[in-house]
Design a protein around this ligand. Structure first.
Ligand code: PLP
Length: 397
């Protein structure tokens, strides 16, 4: 018998995440064979819109300041001046009161989600995820000792409130929402969010608190609306997590935050727990340099029109080729129905045409596939003949 050199759970997770590795490996082989320029990699969600000038101006200014205290350990929630800047931004963005003490700076939204899950979950507690969902959620929940309960969204990728209600048990601790959504691009409607808030309020109580966790990193990557609807006003026990990864196109810089609205019962405990977890999970504090940078540009935004142009070019062409899709209202992805029932088989056809996409199975919604449009417009242009040929092939014509 082979010696197990790593933990069983991690080993199992690695096997379960194998489709990601598989896509990555297939892409790597294809790039080695034909050259990276010949492959259209639409599998990664790596934001690439131009950074706002305010970001680089802030970087230069911060880099010139030689005061050593800015490079040392600090309070685990982050510099007060940086939390104040984020709170000022949040007040305008969510149209609700926020101050520095309501904000904890984290290592990206991913770090924030881990802190939240650890703060909330007792062993075996359930966290409802709405499919299709960002596949990392499952790891965050399980690493915190919780159990992911997957509920499908409806045919328009909107939350199916009766189905969510049916999934609620004594052990439900949280429902995670992500709108605009990765991978579907759906923006949840105000009516649906209000219905969800009403339903949760009927189940929430002091002995059975249910948190609504808003994972909002795409909130400002919005194409057709001026303002993204939020249930934060309608449901008291709401936590907000987000980051600058998409707003500023700086996903490598790892600066995010968790915000706890004033309406959250027992909020001092929640904030205290998350501040401690920032430390004990080993993040300690969010990167100091970036905290100082975003203090100077907390409301800046990348060139969203760049993504809008990519979305329009890609979606119009795919619709013309006969793909069945909903034009995304936000985020960086389109999630068409797979022309073959087996989405993995269709993604393999795309691979033959040197296009990398991700099967819907990877987001707990088989029968679809995800295309990222945060790429160079030229990559989209080059991919179009391949999408057309793949559709013809799938239809057997
Ligand atoms: N949540 C969703 C839905 C995402 O798509 C991502 C990253 O792609 C994250 C969270 C993590 O973002 P961050 O870079 O802020 O950790």
């Amino acid at each position: 018998m082979q010696t197990q050199v790593i933990a069983h759970k991690v080993s199992e997770d690695m096997r379960n995440a194998s489709w990601i590795r598989e896509m990555f490996e297939k892409g790597r082989r294809l790039k080695a064979q034909f050259g990276p320029g010949a492959v259209c990699d639409l599998s990664l969600g790596n934001p690439n819109a131009a950074h706002p000038d305010a970001f680089f101006d802030a970087v230069m200014e911060v880099a010139r300041d030689r005061r050593p205290e800015y490079h040392r350990y600090m309070p685990n929630a982050g510099f007060e001046f940086a939390r104040t800047a984020v709170a000022d931004f949040l007040r305008l963005e969510y149209r609700m009161p926020f101050g520095k003490d309501d904000v904890i700076l984290t290592t990206g939204a991913a770090g924030g989600m881990n802190v939240i899950m650890r703060a909330l979950c007792n062993p075996g507690d359930e966290v409802v995820l709405l499919a299709p969902y960002f596949s990392e959620y499952r790891f965050y929940v399980e690493q915190a000792g919780g159990r992911a309960v997957v509920v499908q969204t409806d045919a328009g990728f909107q939350p199916d409130v009766p189905a969510i209600e049916a999934a609620i048990t004594e052990k439900t601790r949280a429902v995670v929402l992500n709108s605009p959504n990765n991978p579907s691009g759906a923006v949840y409607t105000e009516a649906r969010l209000n219905a969800l808030a009403d339903m949760l309020a009927r189940h929430d109580g002091a002995h059975h608190p249910i948190y609504l966790v808003l994972d909002d990193p795409y909130r400002r990557i919005l194409y057709d609306l001026e303002w993204c609807p939020t249930p934060a006003h309608a449901y008291a026990r709401t936590l907000i997590v987000s980051s600058y990864s998409k707003d500023l196109s700086v996903s490598g810089e790892r600066l995010g935050y968790v915000a706890v609205p004033r309406s959250v019962p027992g909020r001092e405990d929640v904030l205290g727990a998350m501040t401690m977890l920032n430390r004990t999970l080993g993040y300690v504090n969010a990167p100091a340099f970036m905290q100082r940078v975003i203090t100077r540009c907390a409301n800046a935004l990348c060139d969203v029109d760049f993504y809008r142009r990519n979305r329009d070019r890609l979606c119009n062409a795919l619709l013309e080729f006969g793909y069945d899709l909903q034009v995304p209202g936000g985020a960086l992805y389109v999630f068409p129905r797979s022309p073959l029932e087996d989405d993995t088989a269709f993604v393999d056809i795309l691979l033959k045409h040197k296009i990398l996409a991700v099967p819907g199975a990877g987001f707990a919604r088989p029968g679809y596939f995800r295309i990222s449009f945060c790429v160079d417009p030229d990559t989209i242009e080059r991919s179009l003949p391949g999408f057309e040929a793949a559709m013809r092939e799938a239809r057997g014509s």
